[in-house]
Design a protein around this ligand. Structure first.
Ligand code: CO
Length: 445
């Protein structure tokens, strides 16, 4: 009798980055992250997301904490766990494009400071915006993970996501992530998408989803049934709602189903106890509501976007216009080529929709909207509204090349401007020029 070998699923615990970002606005300080990391280190998780996304911004702007030191210390605390970061393609950890030489310097510095896996995404899903990062990651011998942003629109089909993944594989990524930043992917779509990806590409597949609509665990399970190789999850005190599927329950359930995750449930439980104590320290930063919110299944507007919009309208005393803005958002998305709603495109769409409702449709075209229409962010999933485009182009031609081709090298000038500083310090100036001075003055020792 032959015994079928256990199927392996690799667990990436993402409590330290997206968990903290989704529940307590990324405010957890390094000393508290280290308490959790110390317990996570020998739980058997394959990877941990420790950096990227909003962490760099919050370290520099609010915590005045060295972002590079954070990455280094977390890697030291978990030497046998792959440290992953989320990188916004050519935007790095900011909100606009950097030149290719700065991208190279940033990736090399991140690798030097402990990052093993780079999850690369682009808000428009224009794979050309992945190109420079993938090249830089390969040059330093680390793992490049190309992410396909999951969104719902009339132009987004399984075939379209699969074709993006194929292009990323051709560009040399080591693995593919499905990045469902809003928790919109349902179990059935997950099964179909993962099955199609497994047929179409040879590299491993990694699912990132949120539990915003309460479907996270179901989708994670269907992903595994379809052959998904890696899952993102968070320790129980950070799980659910705007957060993610729960690491311990996933591990327990997968083991019961005959999968091997390599994880030790008792050790994970100890890490979760620590995470619970840490979250309590940051209650000031808790969102008013971070549970399951199924309005999204109808509006398709991510929870984070909705809560920002609501609080902005409250300040402007215009909460009575909320429904109109919700209706306007898909119209703006259509005019802008059905872009996904993720940083920074979610902000662009929501501001424009708000202008349209408050002042009249396209009475004002915001700067960022204009740049998007001009092609400065890259190619949109579907063509943009031609009439709006010609209004902002004023006779000029739209940008059709990879947007970063238009940017001259910035590094030589930066080095001249900041003599005697390390690459890491120069990068802080380059990425957050307005916050850098305050940061260097008040930096936590
Ligand atoms: Co996320």
């Amino acid at each position: 009798m032959t015994v079928e070998p256990a199927k392996h699923v690799r667990i990436f615990d993402i409590t330290l980055r997206d968990g903290s970002q989704s529940k307590v606005a990324t405010r957890i300080k390094l000393e508290d992250l280290l308490k959790i990391a110390a317990k996570l280190a020998d739980t058997g998780i394959y990877g941990a997301e420790t950096w990227g996304g909003a962490t760099f911004d919050v370290c520099v702007r609010y915590l005045r904490e060295d972002p590079w030191l954070r990455s280094r210390r977390l890697k030291e605390a978990m030497p046998h766990v792959k440290a992953m970061m989320l990188i916004r393609g050519q935007n790095l950890v900011a909100y606009s494009n950097f030149s290719d030489d700065v991208v190279g310097k940033f990736v090399a510095a991140a690798a030097r400071n402990g990052i093993d896996v780079f999850r690369i995404f682009d808000a428009l899903d224009d794979v050309r915006n992945h190109q420079a990062v993938i090249k830089a990651v390969r040059e330093v011998g680390k793992t490049a993970e190309g992410a396909v942003c999951y969104t719902i629109s009339p132009v987004h089909t399984i075939e379209k996501f699969v074709s993006k993944a194929r292009q990323l594989e051709d560009m040399g990524v080591d693995q593919i992530a499905i990045k469902d930043m809003a928790g919109l992917i349902d179990p059935s779509t997950t099964f179909e998408l993962v099955s199609s990806l497994k047929k179409a590409v040879n590299v491993p597949i990694h699912l990132h989803t949120h539990d915003s609509c309460g479907m996270g665990m179901m989708s994670a399970l269907k992903a595994v049934e379809a052959g998904c190789d890696m899952l993102d999850s968070v320790l129980s005190p950070f799980a659910g709602g705007t957060g993610h599927p729960c690491t311990e329950s996933l591990v327990y359930s997968l083991h019961r189903l005959g999968y091997d995750t390599g994880c030790n449930l008792e050790k994970l439980t100890l890490a979760a106890e620590e995470a619970k104590a840490v979250r309590k320290l940051y209650s000031d930063f808790e969102a008013p509501y971070s549970g399951v919110d199924c309005r999204m299944l109808v509006t398709q507007i991510p929870g984070g976007v909705m809560s920002n919009l609501t609080s902005q309208l409250k300040i402007q005393n215009a909460l009575d216009r909320l429904e109109e803005i919700i209706d306007e958002i898909p119209r703006v998305r259509e005019d802008l080529g059905w872009i996904p709603l993720v940083t920074p495109t979610s902000q662009i769409v929501v501001s424009q929709a708000t202008f349209n409702v408050m002042l009249g449709r396209y009475k004002i075209i915001a700067n960022h909207t204009a740049n998007l229409l001009k092609g400065l962010y890259g190619e949109t999933p579907a063509p943009v509204n031609k009439e709006l485009q010609s209004r902002v182009l004023k006779g000029e031609q739209p940008v059709t090349v990879r947007p970063a081709e238009l940017l001259p090298p910035m590094w030589p000038e930066l080095e001249k401007k900041f003599p005697g500083l390390t690459d890491e310090e120069i990068l802080i100036h380059a990425i957050f020029p307005h916050e850098a001075q305050g940061y260097f003055e008040e930096k936590v020792k």
